[in-house]
Design a protein around this ligand. Structure first.
Ligand code: COA
Length: 416
């Protein structure tokens, strides 16, 4: 079956997480993604947090499936010549080196355009071009702090807190993938390539837009009625951390279920959606709350919201998180169990949907990885294991027109 991105060749000059997540996504959908790595060591994640000695770490294998690996020392003259050939024959180059690294290597945007005016050059950096922090190297949590996630996450009496979700890394990679596909569409119309950039700060901020909404509301009226600080606590002039409060105007909280004393994830998220109030009162066995003016409206409930959550927790005391959700779903109440990674890994639903897949790696054997979170009616995404370091070096060089003799010389010169 032909894939949507069949025929698109991508030079994958990425490392760690932000860039590799982007190119892996494009590889799933059919692009020929050639991961260019330094001979000998490759992407640092191959050896980071290893669970099996001398075998590529899961950090690498879970971000580099469906790709080919070429080792190339782009600081040698021979290596630069190979990269030039690749640029001339590829559609997209993706990189997430520290600021200025590509220019220092001799591959500025101007030079790349000279080599191939149709090239789409896509970059992830910590901060956008021209930003006063543009020279900074950035990792995940740095971006979460710079993009507004940390200052608004956690509890009001604790420090800024980062999320376990890779809002800075994989999220930026997803944004970049949208940028690349957009530039490919535009190239179909104009015949020209372009530079596509995505900063980690901007990608985090994009996901924190409701907090920018809240800042403006706070500036205007001095309080935020859906935060736990309202109405009994106080507000300063900055958006506070709201614990587990719902961000969209539906009050909600993480509530204890049976077994919470020993199981760190025996909780559900419970949402008191306005129009679900009546079913909630029924589910809780408190039907009188449906008609009591002190409880009838979201506004009336707000000053008692934690008392209401306490009543719900009392109701949850003898129910596991799964039993609770099974009851609440009958009343159309938006809720879910708090799921551990162990539970997600074993979930038959996620295996069935292909959202978690098992693949077989040459050196590691079987491992779990994430499958495409985007589902298509006319595309079956096959998730393949990551390549070994340099597994496809000779194959890629042959594709580029190098003879066996030339390839031997490149090996001898330690350029590949
Ligand atoms: N052959 C020869 N040299 C190579 C090479 C290859 N195949 N691949 C990379 N290099 C060199 C680069 O030219 C650069 O050398 P230089 O600094 O002498 O010019 C160096 O390796 C890579 O540097 P850098 O990307 O800055 O790596 P780092 O380990 O110091 O920093 C990051 C890592 C992630 C902090 C940094 O890359 C960064 O800020 N990236 C942008 C933001 C980002 O994506 N961060 C999140 C990662 S999940």
């Amino acid at each position: 079956m032909t894939k949507p991105l069949d025929g698109i060749r991508i030079i994958d000059f990425t490392h760690v997480q932000a860039g590799p997540a982007c190119t892996q996504l494009l590889a799933w959908y059919g692009a020929d993604v050639i991961k260019v790595e330094r001979p000998g060591s490759g992407d640092v994640t191959r050896s980071q947090l290893r669970d099996i000695p001398d075998v590529d770490a899961l950090y690498f294998t879970m971000l580099n499936g469906n790709k080919r690996s070429l080792t190339l020392d782009t600081k040698t003259q021979e290596g630069k010549e190979v990269l030039e050939k690749m640029i001339k024959t590829s559609d997209v180059m993706v990189e997430n080196f520290g600021p200025g690294a590509l220019d220092r290597m001799g591959f500025s945007w101007a030079r790349i355009q000279e080599l191939n005016p149709k090239m789409i050059m896509a970059s992830v950096k910590g901060f956008s071009d021209g930003h006063s922090y543009e020279d900074l190297k950035v990792y995940e949590n740095v971006a979460q702090c710079a993009g507004g996630a940390a200052s608004t996450t956690g509890f009001w009496d604790g420090p800024p807190t980062v999320s376990a979700a890779a809002l800075g890394d994989s999220n930026t990679g997803m944004h970049l993938a949208i940028g690349i596909l957009t530039a490919l569409m535009q190239r179909q119309k104009t015949g020209k390539g372009q530079k596509v950039s995505c900063s980690m700060q901007d990608a985090v901020l994009n996901l924190c837009r409701v907090k920018l909404r809240d800042q403006q509301r706070l500036d205007k009226i001095g309080y935020l009625e859906e935060y736990p600080q309202y109405p009994h606590g106080t507000f300063s002039d900055v958006v506070p951390r709201g614990g587990n409060a719902g961000g969209g105007g539906q009050p909600g909280w993480v509530l204890k279920c049976k077994g919470w004393e020993t199981d760190p994830n025996a909780y559900i998220y419970f949402t008191i959606q306005g129009h679900a109030w009546q079913p909630i009162t029924e589910a809780l066995g408190r039907p009188e709350w449906a008609t009591d003016p002190a409880y009838m409206t979201a506004e009336a409930r707000q000053d008692k919201i934690f008392d209401i959550f306490a009543v719900i927790e009392e109701w949850l005391k003898d129910k596991t998180k799964y039993e609770a959700v099974d009851i609440l779903r009958k009343f159309d109440i938006p809720c879910a169990p708090v799921l551990s990674m162990k539970e997600l890994a074993a979930s038959p639903d996620l295996r069935k949907s292909g959202s978690i897949v098992e693949v077989d790696h040459k050196a590691r054997g079987k491992y779990l990885t994430i499958g495409s979170p985007i589902k298509f009616s006319d595309l079956e995404v096959e998730v393949k294991p990551s390549p070994l370091l340099g597994e496809h070096t000779d194959e890629v060089l042959t594709d580029l027109g190098y003879s066996a003799d030339d390839i031997s010389k490149l090996h001898a010169a330690k350029a590949v």
